[in-house]
Design a binder for this molecule. Structure first.
Ligand code: AMP
Length: 217
């Protein structure tokens, strides 16, 4: 299974990516997570990415593509992979085709998680993440028992810098301008499957697996 997950920020891509990747026994590759760990470790890549991320802008294609090329070269991707947050532009999608061609493989499906803008703003502005285990809460939909403290490991919860309201709006604009064209791109290649991203996490996962098991409509 070689999968790509697309959708606006806050569609639940990260949450679903983990579950879908576990279901198929494939690695979940999140470019956002790789950038965030580089920022935390203050690597050269992290320093470069941080400014773009804080503004809600995309990290330049050449940097992002090189990072993904490197990641897809590891042995654990042989049985397949799920890409969460990549590609996000048409040039990235074309680079992905080239990378996969060089291994004589191809994508099986592109799953789009559909959530409207109003819901995205609501979800992201209330999102809180555990500094230690990465578990995600929502101050309204899924609050921790003690405010600001992770129920799972007791560590502090934080708000991502790019989950501030002004940055959320910019991320949404970037999505509509640069990432939405990918939906047409993959539809034209008969790879696109659309799943409604609202409802309980397990319901959305079940819908996603069902969509992936059906032939493309
Ligand atoms: P995410 O966790 O997927 O919402 O990504 C967080 C941020 O990382 C984005 O707003 C971008 O600044 C950066 N980023 C993640 N994936 C990509 C990508 N494929 N291309 C460019 N920038 C990316």
């Amino acid at each position: 299974m070689r999968l790509v997950l697309v959708g606006p920020p806050g569609a639940g891509k990260g949450t679903q990516a983990k579950r879908i990747a576990t279901h198929y026994g494939i690695p979940n590759i999140s470019t956002g997570d790789i950038f965030r760990s580089n920022v935390a470790e203050m690597t050269e890549l992290g320093e470069l990415a941080k400014n773009f991320m804080d503004e809600g802008e995309l990290v330049p294609d050449d940097v992002t593509i090189a990072m993904v090329r490197d990641r897809l070269g590891r042995d654990d991707t042989e049985p397949g992979f799920l890409l969460d947050g990549f590609p996000r532009t048409v040039p990235q999608a074309e680079a992905l085709n080239e990378i996969l061609d060089s291994y004589d493989v191809a994508l099986d499906s592109v799953l789009k998680l559909q959530v409207d803008d109003e819901e995205v703003v609501h979800r992201l502005s209330g999102r809180r993440i555990c500094r230690s285990c990465g578990h995600t809460f929502h101050i309204e939909f899924d609050p921790p028992t003690r405010e600001g403290v992770c129920d799972l490991c007791g560590s502090e919860l934080y708000q991502r810098d790019d989950d501030r309201p002004e940055t959320i709006r910019r991320r949404l604009d970037v999505y509509h301008e640069q990432t939405r064209p990918l939906v047409e791109y993959y539809k034209a290649r008969d790879l696109l499957r659309i799943v409604i991203g609202t409802g309980a996490v397990d319901e959305v996962k079940a819908r996603a697996i069902e969509a992936l098991e059906q032939p493309v409509a």
